[in-house]
Ligand binder design. Sequence first.
Ligand SMILES: C[S@@+](CC[C@H](N)C(=O)[O-])C[C@H]1O[C@@H](n2cnc3c(N)ncnc32)[C@H](O)[C@@H]1O
Length: 264
Amino acid sequence: MSKALDNLRLYAGVVKRVGYTLSIGMLNSGSRDELLKLYNAYSGHPHPEDGTPVDPFIIPKTDVFELFGNDSASYEGVYECGFGHTTEFELKVISNLVKKWNPRRIFEIGTFQGRTTLNIALNSSTDAEIITLDLPAEELASTKMDIEKGEVRYVKKEVSGERFIGHPAASKIRQVFGDSASFDFAEYRNSVDVAFIDGSHAYEYVLNDSEKVFTIVRDGGLIIWHDYTNWPGVWTALNELYEKDARFNGIRHIGGTSIAILKI
Ligand SMILES: C[S@@+](CC[C@H](N)C(=O)[O-])C[C@H]1O[C@@H](n2cnc3c(N)ncnc32)[C@H](O)[C@@H]1O
């Protein structure tokens, strides 16, 4: 009887939560994010014949243990995770990839608070240089392409990189500012060991950023994308690159994360 009551309470709680999210909660950006996640979880590409959803994540999977064995990285602020961040597990995966790859030059598109930037700095060698590009809030209305409405709040912030500013590891980090579609990447050509793409999640931007980053990552380097399974613009662009562009045929999706990687 008490089990039935527990289930009833759980059911009532879920109904209340969903009701809130679908009504007044729409005014709350956190609830809108939850809705986007729900949409992403339940939507797929409809099958052309019977209309049933098809899993849109076509990129073959790889596994963290295959990639780097045990967790050997060090971290800071891993659990201080909120909207716009990599998850705790993803941050650990990226930190371990960096530790294993031992890059000298890392380029990140999309700084936000700098939580991933800081952990990359903590897990790279003392002589490593981390360049992180961010769109200044004042340039929001003049980007070359349209960014997603849902990501405007990550652009509009008082400070870019607040998580690393003042931290001892910040001496390895260089902030650069601009729109990734018009930023001049020429000085980084063929010199980057690891690139992390986590700027705009709009389809056109993911294609742009992937193309630009391809010119700066050296042979033997690594490209990491965030949000493959979270934003339709990201999975549509990456699926297209994987299927149609031989340079991207080696992309792999790391199981249990929204991260995709490619060794050049
Ligand atoms: C989701 S946040 C990045 C999160 C961060 N990489 C992390 O792991 O914590 C996206 C960032 O990309 C930036 N951004 C969005 N559009 C951009 C563009 N066109 N060029 C450069 N940066 C952009 C935003 O200002 C924001 O800081």
